[in-house]
Design a protein around this ligand. Structure first.
Ligand code: UTP
Length: 279
């Protein structure tokens, strides 16, 4: 059973400067709740209670968010504001949190490798919290992926169809369809130009990885942008064994940029906040 969920959160968040100059982009609020909290809620819903985070300089607020603030608790006890803390209190009570720092930002693959001492030798989920995934119709995206993992027992990446002109923002896969929403990956390219993209199926920020990925990352040289790319490591894993790509059910907002962030804010305001779901 998968119990661990990793949140790589050491990136600079340059697309959201200056807001992210002194604040992690994972702490940007969608209405009144930070992105990282949505991510941990999704993990808990999937039964993943052991949360690991890869942080970096200037990311202390992530740790503080998942800790109890006694003065604040005292201040709002028995007031109507307590309802705002119900959700975060539940996460603090039901999950454990472990942190490590990535000292040099050498890419997502490197950030994942940095967490090896926290993960150990077991399969784990990875959430990029700036990709906000919501499914109003049923299971969250991680829950869907954990169910698939229990069936197939191999690494799984979440994918969605994107317009050709956007392939350069993503890792893009090609593979053979084994079910209408599942592909067996045989090729992966990081941030291809439209003419080089093997398909329009883009990897988004949800993964389940088997622990052999760590040794593969160690042997993966820097790729696109001089960074150690998880896509390159997954490509090797796919060649040696099996990686699945899963077209998830639900909606995904790229909150690392202004447009997705505003769309997510409007969506959450309409569907959660206005409906009284404030925590
Ligand atoms: P992004 O590609 O979104 O980079 O990283 P970024 O630095 O966060 O944001 P921009 O593009 O400059 O605006 C994808 C995920 O990988 C993490 C980021 O925190 C984000 O969750 N990451 C990336 C690391 O933890 N370490 C790295 O060295 C690179």
């Amino acid at each position: 059973m998968i119990k661990k969920c990793l949140f790589p959160a050491a990136g600079y968040g340059t697309r959201f400067l200056p807001a992210t100059k002194a604040m992690p982009k994972e702490m940007l609020p969608i209405v009144n709740k930070p992105l990282i909290q949505y991510g941990v809620e999704e993990a808990l819903e999937a039964g993943l209670t052991e949360i690991s985070m890869v942080t970096g300089r200037g990311k202390r607020s992530l740790e503080d968010h998942f800790d109890i603030s006694y003065e604040l608790e005292q201040q709002i006890r028995d007031t109507d504001k307590e309802k705002y803390l119900t959700g975060i209190r539940r996460l603090i009570n039901e999950c454990t949190f472990a942190y490590t720092r990535q000292v040099e930002m050498k890419g997502l693959g490197h950030a994942i490798l940095t967490a090896q001492p926290l993960i150990g030798d077991e399969a784990f989920a990875v959430v990029l919290a700036d990709d906000l995934c919501l499914n109003l119709e049923g299971d969250g995206v991680l829950t869907q992926m954990v169910k698939l993992y229990n069936q197939f027992r191999c690494s799984i990446v979440a994918i969605q169809e994107v317009p050709a002109e956007e392939t350069h923002k993503y890792g893009v896969i090609a593979g053979e369809m084994i079910r209408d929403d599942i592909y067996r990956v045989n090729s992966m390219v990081e941030k291809p130009k439209p003419e080089d993209a093997p398909s329009n199926l883009a990897i988004i920020g949800r993964y389940i990885l088997t622990p052999d990925i760590f040794d593969i990352i160690k042997d993966t040289p820097p790729g696109k942008g001089g960074e150690i790319q998880i896509t390159d490591a997954l490509m090797k894993q796919a060649q040696n064994g099996c990686v699945l790509a899963y077209k998830f059910k639900g909606q995904r907002f790229d909150c690392g940029g202004a447009e997705g962030y505003i769309d997510a804010t409007n969506f959450c305001f309409e569907n959660f906040y206005k409906a009284g779901k404030v925590s």
